[in-house]
Design a protein around this ligand. Structure first.
Ligand code: UDP
Length: 452
């Protein structure tokens, strides 16, 4: 690929080419894939590495001319829960290095995702002069506060999460709240830039509500409450179901609860789905509730549009892509007042924030939006404007691109420019980054564009 700078995105367990909505496929898969594709549009050659989990999956998936997913064999080619993956990471490093030699590439910059990939980045950093950027996606220090059984891997994870903050050239926090958590719970040292997650604003956009309802077979007079996401107890679906049972809409008889998200009969999320189905039965909501299964991003905009309110009842959420997808479609959100949701959802303007696991507060929030159509209309407009202005993948990729460019320049000049703000760079100037730099041979000439 002449003229393009190759970079590697590493996403150990979250395959960027996977179908989203399943237990192990969620926000991280979407993030890596979208960031990768957008960076390729900005002029980079993007190689996204993940662990191969099925022998029938192709080793390389080409998404667009300059963006591909590369599946490396590291351990058995089958599903392995995240908490048991660490022992296979040395094999991942080896397979990554073999791939580099085979292709004759030396990625000068590696962007790792999740703590397992952070460990890979730290190993690569030992043997070559590469720039390491890291996005956490989930923080052990936060997660372990809310789980009953702490897994055996916890101490290793916490140590790696600290090390990567100290040693990466830059950590990307997806919200100011995440940055604060990192400082409070992980380490005071290390460089952090806040660059949010994004959404595809051409796909998730405002559409006519009646048409969406007609296409999906919903009635015009139903009051639709929507959940989108994985089946995981930490997602708080139980709170939403119990809240719906308490709403005025339920009493009036025109409530419809739609739960979108897939589950795999062989995995843990199937147990959570069964548990939620039981609660739905117990609350007497079976007739009003639709479990759609996994919905692709082609149809999801119709579901968001058809809904009157989208509920995000997570116990904790580092960012929460569903919030910005719903808001991009002009759907007000009632969300837990936690993590990245405090950053994306503006209370009283784009939706409401309520305490996590507080059934009564969720019921009240849902009722407020359902009861006031005029206010809901205002929320819809404000929600979609907020996303268009702040959370497009292109905007996110432009910021990442500028960060990479700056780090590569720093590695050549031996200076730090972190005191300078990341400016809004035009797509054209970022695309000029197409001169090749390799981890082995960074020279002063390699990047000609001015830094910052
Ligand atoms: N998702 C999907 N289909 C479904 C359920 C979820 O495509 O049936 C996607 C959803 O659109 C979003 C992602 O999965 O892009 C979930 O990301 P989020 O950050 O909200 O949660 P995470 O899975 O990372 O905890």
């Amino acid at each position: 690929m002449p003229g393009r700078q190759a970079i590697a995105l590493i996403s150990d367990h979250a395959d960027p080419a996977a179908e989203v909505g399943k237990e192990e496929a969620g926000g991280q898969n979407v993030y890596v894939r979208q960031v990768g594709e957008s960076l390729a549009k900005l002029g980079w050659q993007v190689d996204m590495f993940t662990r191969k989990t099925n022998p029938n999956d192709p080793g390389i998936v080409q998404h667009s001319p300059f963006c591909r997913t590369i599946r490396l064999v590291a351990g058995p080619e089958g599903f392995i829960p995240r908490d048991r993956l660490f022992e296979y990471m040395p094999q991942f490093v080896e397979a990554f290095q073999k791939f580099q030699s085979k292709e004759g590439t030396n990625y000068p910059l590696v962007h790792t995702n999740y703590w397992l990939s952070a460990w890979i980045g730290l190993q690569l950093q030992k043997s070559s002069n590469i720039q390491v950027v890291h996005t956490y996606h989930s923080l052990g220090a936060v997660k372990y506060q809310s789980v009953r059984t702490i897994p055996a891997i916890a101490s290793t994870r916490l140590a790696v999460e600290r090390q990567i903050l100290e040693k990466a050239h830059c950590v990307v926090a997806t919200s100011p709240q995440e940055r604060d958590y990192l400082r409070q719970l992980v380490c005071q040292q290390g460089r952090i830039e806040v660059i949010p997650c994004g959404t595809d604003i051409d796909n998730f956009r405002v559409l006519p509500k009646n048409e969406a309802r007609a296409k999906l077979g919903f009635k015009p007079d139903e009051q639709i409450v929507l959940y989108v996401g994985r089946f995981d107890p930490r997602k708080g679906i139980e709170t939403m179901v119990r809240a719906c049972a308490e709403t005025q809409a339920r009493k009036k008889g025109n409530l419809r609860l739609v739960i979108a998200g897939g589950s795999d009969p062989e995995r843990a999320d199937e147990r959570e789905r069964e548990r939620i189905e039981e609660i739905v039965q117990e609350m007497g909501l079976a007739e009003q509730t639709l479990f759609t299964g996994s919905v692709g991003h082609d149809l999801l905009p119709l579901y968001y549009t058809a809904a009157d309110v989208c509920v995000i009842p997570s116990h904790y959420e580092p960012f929460g892509l569903v919030a910005i997808e719903a808001m991009a479609c002009g759907t007000p959100v009632v969300a837990s007042n936690v993590g990245g949701l405090k950053f994306t959802v503006v209370p009283e303007e784009t939706g409401l924030l309520v305490p996590p696991q507080d059934t009564a507060a969720f019921a009240q929030g849902i009722d407020r939006i359902l009861a006031d159509e005029l206010w809901a209309q205002k929320l819809r407009i404000q929600a979609s404007v907020r996303v268009r202005q702040n959370f497009s993948w292109t905007g996110v990729a432009i910021q990442l691109s500028e960060l990479y460019r700056r780090l590569l320049a720093e590695s050549i000049m031996g200076e730090h420019f972190s005191h300078l703000p990341l400016s809004r760079t035009s797509e054209r100037s970022v695309a000029q980054v197409g001169q090749k730099v390799t981890a082995k041979s960074v020279t002063k000439k390699a990047i000609s564009t001015p830094v910052a």
